[in-house]
Ligand binder design. Structure first.
Ligand code: PAF
Length: 279
């Protein structure tokens, strides 16, 4: 595995793949790698043998009072995991390497970016899209892989890629879960044993909503809300049922793939999860 930090080194490493006529896949991450991230790498490998992983904790996507400073960072442990996965290139830029002194937020997540997670985390998605755009420009990959757990993020990245990076295929990889059902996340490190148990109830509540029968959107949401009432330790933020293709709320009569979203704060940690429902 080649570890690079500057855009120039990255371009050279990617050029070496191009010389060998290999397609390139990018897996962007913020590090603190867990099995969910490793599954993204496996998914990338299904498309091409040449995989670039980036690790960069992007200051632009953290709001004031969020966990930028305490976000878990263990670059050597991460590098070891990536070596064991035989990743080709690990890109670990500094803020200066990546942004070259220009920290302007250049991307807008638009109307959908202000809803759900965006309502709770203003400007988060604009900052997230800005770093993803910089990474897409730098790597010029054929594939970029993202996890289904961050469903709204994935939707917005797809939207941006369609408009600005039409040759890039954005690949969705399924959510990887703990045995308890809790979706894997680097932020799970913040949870103690009690809160881990509470957090696992999010998926249980989503499943109750899924089982409520895909007839009325209001019934689905009520079923999840009632289930969450049994878990007062989790501070529910929102439950939303959205069309997978537009992220607009599902209305009665909709037919197609919908995504049932949930966000709650457990202890001090904001958690999100989702499952698909077919209407
Ligand atoms: O999902 C993440 O880890 C981050 O939001 C991403 C896509 C790497 C951008 O910083």
């Amino acid at each position: 595995m080649q570890r690079v930090t500057t855009l120039k080194q990255l371009a050279e490493a990617v050029a070496s793949a191009r010389e060998r006529e290999l397609e390139v896949a990018l897996v962007p991450t913020m590090g603190a790698l867990h099995d969910g991230h490793l599954s993204l790498i496996r998914e990338a490998r299904r498309h091409t043998p040449f995989v670039v992983v980036s690790i960069f904790v992007n200051p632009l996507q953290f709001g004031a009072g969020e966990d930028f400073d305490k976000y878990p960072r263990d670059i050597e442990a991460d590098a070891e995991k990536l070596r064991s996965m035989a990743v080709d290139v690990l890109f670990t830029p500094t803020v200066n390497d990546l942004y070259r002194g220009n920290m302007d937020v250049t991307e807008s997540a638009g109307k959908i970016g202000d809803l759900y997670e965006g309502a709770a985390r203003p400007a988060h998605f604009d900052g997230m899209l800005t770093v993803v755009a910089r990474l897409f420009e730098a790597v010029r990959a054929d594939y970029a892989v993202f996890g289904a757990k961050d469903a709204q993020q994935l939707f917005l990245i797809r939207q941006m890629a369609k408009a600005k990076f039409p040759n890039l295929k954005v690949i969705e990889a399924p959510t990887i879960r703990e045995a308890s059902g809790l979706a894997m996340s680097s932020r799970n490190q913040y949870l103690d044993a009690k809160n881990l148990e509470v957090a696992s109830k999010l998926l249980a509540a989503l499943r109750v909503g899924q089982g409520a029968g895909a007839i009325s959107p209001a019934l689905v949401i009520d079923a999840v809300r009632n289930e969450m009432l049994k878990v007062p330790e989790a501070k529910l933020d929102y439950i939303a049922l959205v069309e997978a293709d537009t992220f607009e709320p599902v209305v009665t009569g909709f037919s197609g793939r919908a995504v049932l979203l949930i966000a709650a704060v457990v202890g001090q940690t904001r958690l999100i999860d989702n499952i698909d429902i077919k209407f």
